[in-house]
Design a protein around this ligand. Structure first.
Ligand code: ZN
Length: 320
């Protein structure tokens, strides 16, 4: 019997144990436990019944080449084959790193495919390492591959979508994502981030280049800013511009390191702030992107705050 079209579709929760096998270094804040605590919180939660738990497949080289230079991909292969090493001062690739990063990219691609097929309502990809600092030609800031940029290219090349929006609320500016699309009028990159702060980019004056002018929007937030300031910036700046852009799909670079307990930044968001941001993003996707939304874990380094705020994020995603 054909399924009723009104049947409630699940939220995808994408996770793979092999993402625990990327070791960034002893005492490194981007630790395997980050995704383990999220998976455990989901396991204990009442919302588990509303989720489809999905084990992703690692992506091959072709989707990575849609964004990254072949010479950079060769370098990662070489470093891993030689037993591992630093790709930048903060970013190490060792045994298991390349596979973990390819699972994160593959998981995000599979999630957008499920949403495009209308099998899932939306999805959250809880894999690691994160991606938004990775540039076309180099690793940076704990990131090997720019998953969200690769997924945006996949949506355009494979699904034929015209316009994709990326909303990045990680506390750090997503320099890699901005640079990859800054000359492109059809991928809108909107970021809320502490400023000035690592990586140094993301001033309000950075609005994109050439044909892409106007399709980059940076909302630099003060150190000490919290839920109300971040929501106000979203409502007054990001929502009107993304509504006018009318994306066919909304991707979220969901870092939870703007949380007040996070050790790597000094913003003051609470779990409820991330819940509110999620609600606002869902409403935006509903009015401007046919409800199509997939979210990817970026940063978040206090394990308790990360598990709680990621769970609040998932509760909202699965409530609609
Ligand atoms: Zn971050």
């Amino acid at each position: 019997m054909k399924k009723m079209s009104t049947a409630k579709k699940p939220t995808g929760f994408v996770y793979h144990d092999a993402c625990l096998r990327h070791v960034a270094g002893l005492g490194h804040p981007e630790q395997p436990d980050r995704v383990r605590v999220i998976a455990e919180a989901v396991e204990r939660s009442a919302i588990k019944a509303k989720l489809e738990l999905w084990t992703p497949t690692e992506v091959g080289r072709a989707p990575l080449e849609a964004v990254h230079d072949p010479a950079y991909l060769d370098l990662v292969d070489r470093v891993v084959a030689d037993g591992g090493g630093q790709l930048d001062p903060d970013t190490r690739a060792g045994d298991g790193s390349d596979r973990a990063a390819r699972l994160a990219t593959g998981g995000l691609i599979e999630a957008v495919d499920q949403v495009m097929a209308e099998s899932w309502n939306n999805a959250f990809v809880a894999c690691r390492p994160p991606g938004h600092h990775a540039e076309r030609d180099r690793a940076m800031g704990f990131c090997l591959y720019n998953h969200v940029a690769i997924a945006a290219e996949h949506l355009r090349r494979f699904h034929g979508l015209e316009r994709v929006a990326i909303l990045d609320w990680d506390v750090h500016h997503g320099n890699g994502t901005q640079h990859i699309f800054e000359k492109d009028a059809n991928v809108f990159y909107a970021s809320l981030h502490q400023f000035p702060h690592y990586p140094g980019t993301g001033a309000a004056t950075e609005r994109g280049l050439a044909d892409g002018e106007g399709a980059t929007l940076n909302c630099p937030m003060d150190s000490g800013s919290g839920d109300s300031q971040w929501m106000a910036a979203f409502e007054s700046q990001i929502r009107p511009e993304l509504e006018a852009f009318r994306p066919d799909f909304l991707l979220i670079s969901a870092g939870f390191d703007a949380h007040r307990d996070d050790p790597l930044a000094s913003c003051e968001l609470t779990n409820e702030g991330f819940r509110e941001l999620t609600r606002a993003a869902l409403a935006l996707a509903e009015t401007s992107a046919n409800g199509r939304l997939v979210s990817l874990l970026e940063g978040g380094y206090d394990l308790t705050a990360l598990a709680d705020s990621a769970l609040a994020h998932l509760e909202e995603l699965s409530s609609c």
